[in-house]
Write a protein that binds this ligand. Structure first.
Ligand code: NAG
Ligand code: NAG
Ligand code: NAG
Length: 306
């Protein structure tokens, strides 16, 4: 039956009804294959023992999103030192059935050395696997780092302000922050992108979690999540899954700052506004380039204190 199911998926990858039908059965194998340490297809070029980063940005991205990755590499994702603290950015990718995309990723990885990839299907409903691949990579290869941020390709991230706030906060363990989601309930409407069945998640509320658009954690928490993840029931919403792990670890997400700095929506651009935020959502690659340029050009200008 399992074999037949896998066979069907191979022949009819485009028929989502069938893959959904098979999904439950595959859940166990998916998790084990994603936690196998030896099957990374691509790894970034870093020796964390010698040069431990202060902050690692892990960006969930799909193979076809080269333009967005290029914009990030030229802006907030550019490797750099901020007040002596090393910041590095890596992209988390799965695989697709489009051969040309996969070949392009091979060249891209050779050129930029910033891709972390495993051989799971890159799809929205596999985001938990993708995030756990990033968690696994940090746990195995870069536990010397101090903080990790998980974010997306359509985000603006103010790494300068984020670093400043992290240093000011001066927390090194059991720290988790972002846009806090408290008392959220599973969406039971089948038409929704975030639909979760009672079978997948029976309880009526989620534990506290932070929006997957951008959350930051101290690296000790990464290893603890990695350690505990296999005993946490799988849910396809990656940010909720991380929340379930945190609940089990008894770690509460906290605010980074007294003012809001993480945004779920698109924040209207002005350089004064963008100096004092950490994330803004729904940013197109061309906008990112424009915003970054405007921020750099206005470096010496004063903003009113509010
Ligand atoms: C997730 O990845 C696995 C492994 O490649 C694949 O079999 C499965 O169909 C994917 N699930 C979805 C919903 O795309
Ligand atoms: C940061 O916290 C440590 C204790 O965890 C303390 O020794 C140190 O002085 C603090 N640094 C700053 C700049 O507040
Ligand atoms: C991993 O989890 C087990 C219990 O599930 C615990 O005993 C162990 O200390 C944990 N290790 C780390 C590094 O957190």
């Amino acid at each position: 039956m399992v074999l037949a199911c896998v066979g069907l998926v191979f022949f009819t990858l485009h028929l989502t009804e069938i893959s959904i039908f098979c999904q439950k059965r595959e859940k166990v194998t998916e998790l084990t294959s994603a936690t196998d340490t030896r099957n990374f297809l691509h790894l970034p070029d870093i020796d964390c023992h010698r040069t431990p980063p202060f902050l690692i940005l892990l960006v969930t991205s799909a193979p076809g999103q080269l333009k967005a990755r290029m914009a990030i590499r030229q802006t907030w994702g550019k490797h750099r030192l901020v007040a002596g603290n090393r910041i590095v950015t890596y992209f988390l990718l799965g695989i697709t059935t489009k051969q040309s995309d996969l070949v392009d990723v091979i060249f891209e990885s050779q050129k930029y050395r910033d891709i972390i990839q495993k051989d799971f299907m890159d799809s929205y409903y596999n985001l938990t696997l993708k995030t756990m691949m990033g968690i696994e990579w940090v746990h195995i290869f870069c536990s010397q780092s101090r903080f990790v941020m998980k974010t997306d390709t359509d985000m603006f991230v103010n790494i300068f302000y984020l670093s400043e706030l992290l240093l000011r906060k001066n927390r090194s363990t059991r720290f988790f922050t972002g846009f806090l989601m408290m008392n959220e309930r599973p969406i039971r409407d089948r038409g929704s992108k975030w639909y979760v069945s009672e079978a997948e998640y029976p309880a009526s509320t989620y534990p506290p979690f932070c929006s997957g658009t951008g959350y930051v954690l101290s690296t000790d928490v990464v290893s603890q999540i990695y350690n505990i993840s296999e005993s946490v029931p799988f849910i396809k919403l990656e940010d909720v899954f991380i929340g379930l792990c945190l609940a089990k670890l008894k770690i509460n997400p906290e605010e980074l700052h007294s003012e809001q700095t993480f945004f779920l929506h698109k924040v209207g651009f002005s350089f004064c506004r963008f100096r004092k935020i950490v994330t803004s959502h729904q940013v197109e690659p061309y906008e990112l380039l424009i915003f970054w340029d405007a921020l750099e050009k206005s470096k010496d200008e004063k903003c009113p204190d509010v």
